[in-house]
Design a protein around this ligand. Structure first.
Ligand SMILES: [Zn+2]
Ligand SMILES: [Zn+2]
Length: 333
C-alpha cells in the first residue's frame, strides 16, 4: 500500500498537477486568474504530450522501448538528488551575487524582455562551454546520447548538469540585475519551452512551426542541435530566442537535403545506462591517464572533445572543415 501511495505521488509530481488537483478539491478556480494559477495550468502540458507521444507510438505500432528506456532510467536516477543540488546551487548564487547586481529590476514586461535576453545569453554561455570544454561535455553528453528524438530526451541529463547550468545562468542573471521572481518566471518559460523543443517527428513531423521558425528557436532548430552530421555539429545553442546563435555565428537552419542523424560521434551503446551516463567520463579518465606530462593531462580536461596531444585532433571544428563533411557522416571517431 505504501508503495502504491509513493507511486501515486511520484506520478502526480511528474505530471505537475498537484496545484490543479488542489483547485479541483477546493472548487476554487479563481487561482487560474493569477500568475501562480497560470503556471500551474501550464506545468502538465509537456508530461501530457509525452504520454500522448508514447500512446500514439503504441497505437501505430511504432513504439520502441529503447527510445524511452534510457531517458526513463536517467529521470528516475535524477529525480531526487539532481533537483536538490540544483535548488541549493540557485539559492547559493542568488545569495552570493545579489548585492553585486549592476542595478535593480522589477517584475514588469520591459524588464521581462531585458531579463530574457540576459538569460538566453547566460544559457548560450553554459551550453557553448558544455560542448567546447571536455569536462563539461562529460556532464552534457548524456543528453546527446539518444539516437532518436522524443520528449523523454528532455528529461535525459547527467545529474550534475543541472547544477552546473544553474550556477552559470543564475550568476550571470543576478549580476546583470535580473531579480529572483523575474528569474524564476523566466526559468519556468525556459524549462517548458526547452522540454517542448524535444517533441519527436512522430507527433510533429515538420518542427519548423511555420513563420515562427524565422523568429524563435523551434523543434527543427533543436533537432539540428542534436544531430551528429558535420554540418549540424555544435550549432543552435540557444533555447527560445536564438539571437545569440545569430550574433556568434552558430545559427544553423535545418537543410532538407541533410537528413538528421541523432546521437554523438563516438561509438556508444545507446541501450546501456552506464555507457550513456558515464561513458564520456571513462574515456576522459583514460585519455588523462595515458597523456604524457601534467600539461597534456590538464589540456585533455579543458580542451574541446576530440582534442589530442598528438596533434591528430578530431574536434567538431576540424570535422566540419573536412571535404566529406558536406553530406554523408564521417567514420565514427
Ligand atoms: Zn547540447
Ligand atoms: Zn536537447
Amino acid at each position: 500500500m505504501q508503495f502504491l501511495t509513493t507511486l501515486y505521488h511520484e506520478l502526480i509530481s511528474f505530471l505537475g498537477i498537484e496545484q490543479l488537483l488542489a483547485m479541483y478539491h477546493t472548487g476554487d478556480y479563481r487561482a487560474l486568474l493569477t500568475l501562480k494559477g497560470v503556471l500551474a495550468a501550464v506545468s502538465p502540458v509537456i508530461p501530457f504530450i509525452l504520454l500522448l507521444e508514447i500512446v500514439r507510438a503504441i497505437l501505430y505500432k511504432k513504439f520502441r522501448i529503447e527510445d524511452y528506456k534510457i531517458p526513463f532510467l536517467i529521470f528516475i536516477g535524477n529525480r531526487v538528488i539532481g533537483r536538490f543540488i540544483s535548488i541549493a546551487a540557485i539559492a547559493f548564487c542568488i545569495g552570493l551575487f545579489e548585492n553585486f547586481a549592476i542595478f535593480k529590476t522589477e517584475f514588469t514586461w520591459y524588464w521581462l524582455i531585458y531579463g530574457y535576453i540576459v538569460w538566453e545569453f547566460a544559457h548560450f554561455i553554459y551550453h557553448y562551454l558544455a560542448h567546447k570544454v571536455r569536462l563539461f561535455w562529460c556532464l552534457h553528453s548524456t543528453h546527446h546520447a539518444p539516437q532518436s528524438m522524443n520528449l523523454s530526451v528532455g528529461y535525459a541529463h547527467f545529474f550534475l548538469e543541472g547544477p552546473y547550468a544553474d550556477v552559470i545562468r543564475t550568476s550571470i542573471c543576478i549580476l546583470a540585475g535580473v531579480n529572483p521572481p523575474l528569474l524564476f518566471f523566466i526559468m519556468f518559460i525556459d524549462g517548458t519551452w526547452g522540454a517542448f523543443i524535444h517533441i519527436g517527428e512522430g507527433v510533429l513531423r515538420d518542427g519548423r512551426l511555420g513563420f515562427l521558425n524565422r523568429f524563435i528557436l523551434t523543434p527543427s532548430h533543436h533537432r539540428v542541435h542534436h544531430a551528429r552530421n558535420p554540418l549540424y555539429m555544435d550549432t543552435n545553442f540557444c533555447n527560445l530566442l536564438n539571437i545569440w546563435d545569430r550574433a556568434f555565428g552558430t545559427f544553423q537552419p535545418e537543410d532538407p537535403k541533410v537528413v538528421i542523424e541523432y546521437g554523438v560521434t563516438r561509438k556508444i551503446n545507446p541501450n546501456s545506462f552506464w555507457d550513456v551516463y558515464f561513458g564520456e567520463i571513462y574515456y576522459l579518465a583514460k585519455d588523462v591517464a595515458k597523456a604524457p606530462g601534467i600539461v597534456n593531462k590538464i589540456l585533455y580536461i579543458f580542451m574541446p572533445p576530440g582534442w589530442s596531444h598528438t596533434g591528430d585532433h578530431k574536434t567538431a571544428r576540424i570535422i566540419k572543415k573536412q571535404p566529406s563533411a558536406v553530406s554523408p557522416l564521417p567514420a565514427e571517431g
